[in-house]
Structure formats: C-alpha cells, structure tokens
Design a protein around this ligand. Structure first.
Ligand code: CP
Length: 314
C-alpha cells in the first residue's frame, strides 16, 4: 500500500503483518532500544486540523524513535486561517518534498482527497466520523496481547456509535479477523444503515455485555451531533455508563478498553477505568506508539521501493 487511509483497504494478512511488527516494536520500546536508521533521511509532517493528545503525540514520538525529521504543523496558526484551502495547503507542503504526511481532519473523506493530490505517503489520523485506522490497529494489538489471540472473541463496542470513526474502524477490523462484534447504545446513537455492518445490536447494557471478552467504551461525540438530541449525562451514565454492576455481566476476565479522551462519570465509572485488573486503557496508549512505528516503517519500505534508492533525500 502507498497510504494508510482506512481499515477498509487492508487484507487480514496485512493487518497481522502490521500487528506482528508493532508487537516487536512494543517490546523494543520497553527495553529502550532505538531504531533511528528506519526513517533516517525521511521527513514526516503532522497536520492536525482537530484537537488531539494521544494520536499526535504518539505519531511524533514514533517518527522520532525511527529517526525521521518530524515537523508538527500548528494548523491554528497556519494560512488556513486566511482562507487557504486544505488542498492548496497540502500542495504547498508537498512542494517541500515530505515523505510522510500524517493528517487529522474533521471532515469524512478529506484525508482520501488529500492523498490523491500529493506524492508522498499519507496516514489517516482520523477523518470526521469515517475512519481512524491506527486506533483500530492499536486496539487490536492490545486485545491480542491481553487475550493471546485476535479471532473468535466476543467484543462489545458501547456508546455513541453513530458519530465514532473509532467504532467504524474497529467494526471493520474485528470483523475481518473473524470476531463477533456487538454494538450497545441508544437507538438514536446507532448508524442508520446498521444492517450493513454484520453486527448484533443491543440497547440494553446488561443484555449486550452478557459473556463478552472485551468491553470497549466510547465517549459522546457532542462536537459531531449537529444540534441533534444530546442525552443528559446523568441519565446516560445510569443507562449506558460502564459501572461494576453492568460489568459483572461480561466474562470474569473481560478487559475494559477506551480510546480516550474519557469522560469519567458519563460513559465510564472512574473506578473501572483505573482498575488495573480489568482496564487496559494505559496499555492502549502504549501500543499506540508501537503501532504507529510499524505502519510508518512499512509505508517507508514501500516508498523506498517505489522511488528507488537514489530518490530518497538523505
Ligand atoms: N484516541 C484518540 O484519537 O485520542 P486523541 O483525540 O487524543 O488523539
């Protein structure tokens, strides 16, 4: 692949190859081993048109650990504020000959469009409610490490599914790897064409969590609700927030996940989020660096093969 735009384009063997490489990077990160030769001579530009803590920081760290020259574009201070379009901004940066562009944008499809205009590798760091492929990959790696496998698991994704790119990418990835996916949430926060997803749907947490191996919680994405119905936080927590009583319906060794940012007391009880026997939320963050190292390593290999060794700037 030239770009990483979504899980949709990935074959299960490609997903496994990314996770295998990411797993070894995760171990090397724990040992403090550096790999500064992998992206040496390559330039990585991070363009985040939407706020981020985890994704931006981990892409920056991943690039630096692999030896890339990393530049973070401050999009709030860029000429976008003077009316320059996304495409003109991308063409301008492309003329500076970057090798890797990491892009987050509030509009679904914006990253795919940008990828058609540049001649470097583009990585989707989240576009609107469409896809967040590296989040799904880091979630998959976390599950595989905790459960010892990534197939024939029962996985519940709970909360605001309709507005969530994390849910979409996870549904696709977990389905491709032959897991059983359940979606739990209010009917008003379910996608309209839910039948296309090949999942089971519940609006009751107790029933939906029965015997699942993995519980993945999502926050209410109020910024994408376009003035539609927003439930009261207290009522939402009562019905859909993960607490000890609801979690008792899952398997005794079920793990609890959350992509972050988390709203304690809205979609998840803070005590559950902090329970080191059940929660793998911090491990998800750790795996984020390893997964982003793996995808940039693999894309750089493809880039070098496509360009030939003489054309990569050193
Ligand atoms: N999970 C995630 O995308 O978090 P950030 O918005 O902090 O990057």
């Amino acid at each position: 692949q030239q770009h990483l735009l979504g899980i949709e384009q990935l074959h299960p063997t490609e997903i496994s190859a990314i996770l295998d490489l990411a797993d070894s990077y995760a171990e090397h990160n724990r040992q403090g081993r550096a790999h500064r030769d992998v992206l040496a001579g390559l330039t990585q530009i991070n363009m985040f048109f939407e706020n981020s803590t985890r994704t931006q920081a981990s892409f920056e760290l991943a690039g630096k650990r692999l030896g890339a020259d990393v530049m973070n574009m401050g999009m709030q201070a860029s000429s976008i504020k003077k009316g320059e379009t996304l495409i003109d901004t991308a063409l301008t940066l492309n003329a500076m000959r970057p090798d890797l562009l990491v892009v987050r944008h509030p509009q679904s499809g914006a990253v795919d469009l940008l990828a058609q205009k540049v001649n470097c590798a583009v990585l989707n760091a989240g576009d609107g409610r469409h896809e967040h492929p590296t989040q799904a990959l880091l979630d998959a790696l976390t599950i595989r490490r905790a459960k010892g496998r990534l197939h024939r698991l029962s996985i519940a994704i709970c909360g605001d599914i309709a507005h969530s790119r994390v849910a979409r990418s996870n549904i696709m990835l977990l389905g491709k790897m032959e897991n059983r996916v359940r979606l739990i949430g209010p009917p008003t926060l379910m996608p309209s064409r839910i039948a296309d997803f090949g999942v089971e749907v519940f609006d009751d947490m107790h029933a939906g969590l029965e015997d699942v191996d993995v519980v993945m919680m999502l926050r209410l994405q109020k910024e994408r609700m376009d003035g539609g119905f927003i439930p009261s936080e207290r009522e939402y927590f009562h019905r859909y927030g993960l607490d000890a009583a609801k979690l008792r319906n899952a398997k005794p060794d079920a793990i609890v996940m959350h992509p972050g940012p988390m709203n304690r007391g809205v979609e998840i009880d803070g005590n559950i989020a902090d329970d080191i026997n059940r929660s793998v939320i911090q491990e998800q963050v750790e795996m984020g660096v390893a997964v982003r190292m793996a995808v940039m390593d693999l894309l750089a290999q493809n880039l070098r093969r496509a360009r030939g060794p003489q054309e990569v700037m050193t």
